[in-house]
Design a protein around this ligand. Structure first.
Ligand code: DSN
Length: 441
């Protein structure tokens, strides 16, 4: 039954069953937050989620996050806790560890990192001293704040040096990693850590080449696979193992688990250092409800159906990319190999900002994020690009034909000059499509 608190229009796509059950409980208990949750469940049900880092979790993952496992302090690790009563928490955490190792083909996993940022912080804390050098990509070229941005602890306490992506306006395919440039930066600066990992890079990462570079300067190679973890697990992107010394990731993007972090390695000594750096180094009590939900999500990702899902994410992304390029839009690197694409609006309409494009698309029921592009001149609040990804839309059941349709809608919106009547009309069509493809329930 749809709760009365929702603002969703009559005939809107159904909400997922977990939200419906929870809202029935909350309606009397806390009507104010019930109203917020109802509106959010409705928003998710009736819009197309193309934010590359988001997904729709299964009801099993969603329920486990909201379970009794939240009621416990379990500082320490399985079999070595500081509090009594952790017997079931040991079982849950060990399951999550074993499944993560199986999924990513490694021998050690720390499943306690609260987030990707916490995972990276713990790795730095385990391996580095203040002032040590790390090498990563320029943030506005598709890197991440935790890879040495001046506004992050990684940039303030460490000495980050950055390599840019290839940028050549005279070519269409700019935006690739220049491995020779990475190598010469590594030789010049002798970083202790080389981070390879991106939040807006649409191409395959050559982990082997990165390892060769790392070995040539004695650096530790850390692969932050937050974006592509589900593709690696599902065989749709090469694995960072055995090349990376350490792999960090989030668990909620292509991997489709609860919001959280994960650190993996095959090196026993690094494993000990990482465990100590997570707890007690940088975190307190583990989020056992989230760790339990990670176990559920890893179990799902070990099923054969997940391989099909991962492959379809990439097929959908390629189809959407082709459709957009066919309609005259420019994508960084001229396409995609993975789950995301980065539209460089400068070639399409130099006046159109990523901020406006994202706003217009939201009015049309298509959710993307504004994103910086190579050699960005605008601020991160305006930007000259938008990032689009297919993990959530693929979870919903969309396939190639839907990607073509969505590409057509995006094209119409970007050519609308901001005409809200066009956006509204498309939003109606989006709701129709969403009704036919409800969220996991
Ligand atoms: N905020 C994430 C993303 O959208 O890529 C990265 O942490």
């Amino acid at each position: 039954m749809t709760p009365t608190t929702t603002n969703a229009p009559t005939g809107a796509p159904p909400m997922d069953s977990v939200s419906t059950g929870l809202l029935n409980l909350l309606r009397d208990h806390d009507p104010e937050i019930a109203s917020v949750l109802a509106d959010e469940a409705a928003r998710q049900a009736q819009t197309i989620e193309l934010i590359a880092s988001e997904n729709h979790v299964s009801p099993a993952v969603m329920h486990t996050m909201g379970s009794c496992m939240t009621n416990k302090y379990a500082e320490g690790y399985p079999g070595k806790r500081y509090y009594s009563g952790c017997v079931n928490h040991d079982r849950a955490e060990q399951l999550a560890i074993d499944r993560a190792c199986k999924l990513f083909n490694c021998t050690f996993a720390n499943v306690q990192a609260h987030s990707g940022a916490n995972a990276n912080l713990a790795v730095y804390y385990a391996l580095l001293n203040p002032g040590d050098t790390i090498l990563s990509v320029v943030l506005s070229d598709g890197g991440h704040l935790t890879h040495g941005s001046p506004v992050s602890i990684s940039g303030k306490w460490l000495n980050p040096v950055h390599y840019p992506l290839v940028y050549d306006e005279s070519r269409d395919d700019y935006g690739y990693i220049d491995y020779d440039a990475v190598e010469s930066m590594a030789k010049e600066h002798k970083p202790k850590i080389i981070m390879c990992g991106y939040s807006a890079y649409p191409r395959i990462i050559d982990f082997k080449r990165f390892r060769t570079i790392a070995d040539s300067v004695g650096a530790t190679l850390v692969a932050d696979i937050a974006h592509i973890a589900g593709l690696c697990a599902g065989g749709a992107h090469p694995s960072p193992f055995p090349h990376a010394h350490i792999v960090t990731t989030t668990t909620h993007k292509t991997l489709r688990g609860p919001r959280g972090g994960l650190i993996m390695t095959n090196d026993e000594e690094l494993a000990k250092q990482i465990d100590r750096a997570v707890f007690p180094g940088t975190q307190g009590g583990p989020l056992m409800h989230i760790i339990s939900a990670k176990a559920v999500a890893f179990g799902e990702a070990l099923q054969p159906a997940f391989k099909t899902y991962a492959k379809q994410i990439v097929t959908n992304a390629k189809t959407l990319a082709d459709e957009l390029m066919h309609r005259g839009h420019h994508l960084m690197s001229n396409g995609t190999d993975n789950h995301l694409m980065l539209m460089d609006l400068r070639k399409f309409d130099p006046e159109l900002t990523g901020k406006d494009a994202a706003l217009w698309l939201e009015q049309a029921g298509i959710i993307v994020n504004k994103n910086t592009v190579a050699r960005e001149q605008r601020s991160p609040f305006k930007t000259s690009g938008i990032r689009l990804g297919t993990p959530a839309a693929t979870t919903r059941g969309f396939t190639e034909k839907h990607m073509k349709q969505i590409g057509g809608w995006i094209d119409q919106v970007l050519r609308s000059g901001g005409d809200e009547s066009i956006h509204k009309s498309i939003a109606g069509e989006v709701i129709e499509l969403c009704r036919a493809y409800p969220l996991p329930h």
